[in-house]
Design a protein around this ligand. Structure first.
Ligand SMILES: C[S@@+](CC[C@H](N)C(=O)[O-])C[C@H]1O[C@@H](n2cnc3c(N)ncnc32)[C@H](O)[C@@H]1O
Ligand code: SF4
Length: 405
């Protein structure tokens, strides 16, 4: 998922003052660019996405995105960019020239590594697939497609504007144009049985390149799905069925050569999304565009940034003040350490306890680790990393809460 989905840090936070930190010198640096517009709003989605009747003035947005990149680069100059990710919303509604202008701005203010991963999130409609060549020419080298389901009635219920056939055709276009592609599916959908999901997942694995994102449907507050669910009009699988669907996902993907490297993400070796690894490994990233979050290493502190969410208000802020930041604050040791656990334990590789100690200023609680190990929920690897076990992943939130408390 995306940075703006993650915990917001209050700008009015009280509590211990941030302690200046020694930030690791070898952090990778990624740039997230948010495009906040969609053709229609899917009823399950609570991302920062907006539908506009009038045409979007893309040149104006591109200028504002470039200005925010310049303002961010002034704070963290000299970085080498390992990854760039255009997320949304629906970035595949952007004209390739807009994408090119943003990439030019990144290149103008930072050094882009020759092997940088440059991903764009795309909706799999035939219209959007016609733009893929333009994105490739602009410098994008990886696409992530929101296929969501391979069943037309499920797609209709999810409010999607494409059929399964159209989505698979878009995957085919992506395969021909890009070296690397991924697609997303949502499972544990209304009335979905393990048999149906197994069939769908088999098909997905046959179409997959090196990466798949498989998300369990979450009923997000204040969405049309939440209203239907509350009214008893949307029945999602019960906990036991959801668990069976999850277990089946792990097994089929591992057998198909794409084991989970993160709770919801599966890849062949070296096919992992390098950009998302930057979030999960608590490296450094700039958040550009409406509602984007960043984590920047400035003067030895790790700073949390977030921009104005509403697209037009963001635009005005950038045009008048040069950037749209509404949050920009140093994280305390506790916050950095908690975030490191929360993100890092999602990964199959787990975390390095010595980095936790450096961030928190104290080690993880040995007694708690011992208890979790006795329950088979975490394990230590031969090289001293702490990771969540297969049995622990379904109760990951509880494991993290226990270690962080
Ligand atoms: C930014 S969104 C979508 C990108 C693109 N606009 C699309 O819809 O194809 C990234 C992914 O989050 C997942 N997602 C969004 N809302 C979700 C929810 N309520 N439950 C589970 N997955 C969700 C979808 O799989 C989606 O493709
Ligand atoms: S198209 Fe994607 S971002 Fe837009 S509303 Fe649907 S799921 Fe959300």
């Amino acid at each position: 998922m995306l940075p703006e989905k993650r915990r917001a840090v209050s700008s009015e936070r009280t509590g211990p003052a941030p302690a200046p930190q020694t930030i690791d010198a070898d952090l990778e640096f990624g740039v997230y660019v948010h495009w906040p517009f969609c053709l229609s709003k899917c009823p399950y989605c609570d991302f920062n996405s907006h539908v506009r009747r009038a045409a979007i003035d893309e040149r104006r947005f591109a200028r504002a995105l470039a200005a925010e990149i310049a303002a961010t680069a002034a704070r963290v100059p000299g970085r080498t960019v390992s990854t760039i990710f255009f997320g949304g919303g629906t970035p595949s509604l952007m004209q390739p020239a807009t994408v090119a202008a943003v990439l030019d701005a990144v290149a103008c203010h930072w050094h882009i590594a020759p092997d940088a991963e440059i991903t764009l999130e795309a909706n799999p409609t035939s219209v959007e697939a016609t733009r893929f060549r333009g994105y490739r020419a602009a410098g994008v080298n990886r696409v992530s497609l929101g296929v969501q389901a391979l069943d037309d009635s499920a797609l209709a219920e999810l409010g999607r504007l494409h059929s399964a056939r159209e989505a698979l055709d878009a995957v085919g276009v992506a395969r021909r144009i890009f070296d690397r592609y991924s697609f997303d599916l949502i499972y544990a959908r209304p009335r979905q049985t393990p048999q149906q999901w197994a069939k769908e997942l088999d098909r997905a694995l046959a179409e997959a390149g090196e990466h798949l994102s498989l998300y369990q449907l979450t009923i997000e507050p204040d969405t049309p799905f939440a209203t239907l669910h509350k009214a008893g009009k949307l029945k999602i699988p019960d906990d036991d069925t959801a668990r069976a669907l999850y277990d089946m996902t792990q097994e089929l993907c591992a057998a198909g050569g794409l084991p989970a490297y993160e709770t919801s993400n599966h890849a062949r070796p070296n096919g992992e999304c390098r950009h998302n690894l930057i979030y999960w490994r608590a490296h450094e990233y700039a958040g550009i565009g409406p509602g984007a979050h960043g984590r920047l290493a400035v003067d030895g502190c790790r700073r949390a940034t977030a921009t104005e969410k509403r697209p037009e208000a963001w635009l005005s802020r950038v045009e008048s003040g040069g950037h749209g930041f509404v949050i920009d604050e140093a994280l305390t040791r506790e916050e950095m350490a908690d975030e490191f656990l929360l993100m890092g334990l999602r990964l199959a590789e787990g975390i390095d306890p010595s980095r936790y100690r450096a961030l928190a200023g104290r080690p993880l609680d040995a007694q708690r680790i011992a208890t979790l190990r006795e329950h088979g929920l975490v394990e230590m690897t031969a090289d001293g990393r702490l990771r969540v076990s297969r049995a622990g992943f379904p109760v990951l939130d509880a494991v993290v809460a226990d270690l962080a408390a």
